[in-house]
Ligand binder design. Structure first.
Ligand code: SAH
Ligand code: MG
Length: 198
């Protein structure tokens, strides 16, 4: 156990040094509280990076639970696989290699939790796919939803405006969807939490 702890810390440290945008501590804390209560059996993650968040979430899975996670960057996939192996989590974390835009439509699982943490310009598409596969009472988390404050400001001229437009569209859709109960939290870079109430 001591050993695993040290390996985990090294994985986190290395990700930070490599400027990989891993989930922020305060965001993780909020999610952990919800996951502890929910004990999901199936989690879908869009955006694995080096596996840090998936490794964190794996401790909240129910018995026999699995995380499916999607990543398109080849170097990150290699590192994620190494990290998952070091943590001995190969039986709990399954990586789909490729673009989530291509992979998601091929999936037909049902998930208790979906974590959206990839290309911001694709959030509305990811939402549509998440809703298609979400179980009753399921939860969709979307990270970086406030994107450094751009999303809630009226400044539209920076180079990230496509991302900002799509994040705003995502927020509009989750708040207008009467099947969802949504909270937008100002933790980290912004976290949207949407529960399917029907
Ligand atoms: N969830 C990770 C961080 C993910 S960073 C953690 O908290 O530890 C976002 C990742 O999404 C990047 O590694 C990027 O390569 C990947 N990504 C972005 N757009 C994608 C897409 N369309 N399909 C698959 N992966 C994507
Ligand atoms: Mg993120």
């Amino acid at each position: 156990m001591e050993d695993n702890n040290l390996i985990f810390k090294t994985i986190k440290q290395k990700a930070i040094e490599e400027h990989i945008p891993i989930i922020m501590d305060d965001t993780l804390k909020v999610m952990a509280e919800i996951l502890k209560e929910k004990r999901p059996n199936r989690i879908l993650e869009i955006g694995t990076a080096v596996g840090y968040s998936a490794i964190c979430f794996s401790q909240y899975l129910s018995e026999g639970g699995v995380i499916d996670t999607i990543e398109r960057d080849e170097e990150r996939i290699v590192e994620a696989k190494e990290n998952i192996k070091k943590m001995n989590l190969q039986n709990k974390i399954n990586i789909y290699e490729g673009d989530a835009v291509d992979i998601l439509p091929t999936l037909n699982e049902k998930y208790d939790v979906v974590f959206i943490d990839a290309a911001k310009g694709k959030y509305p598409f990811f939402l549509k796919e998440a809703l298609r596969m979400l179980k009753k009472q399921g939860i969709i988390f979307a990270d970086n939803i406030l994107y450094k404050g751009y999303v809630m400001s009226d400044y539209n001229k920076h180079k990230q405006r496509t991302a900002v437009r799509n994040l705003r569209e995502y927020i509009k859709e989750i708040t207008e969807n009467s099947n969802l109960e949504t909270e937008i939290l100002e933790v980290g870079d912004g976290l949207a939490v949407s529960k399917l109430i029907k």
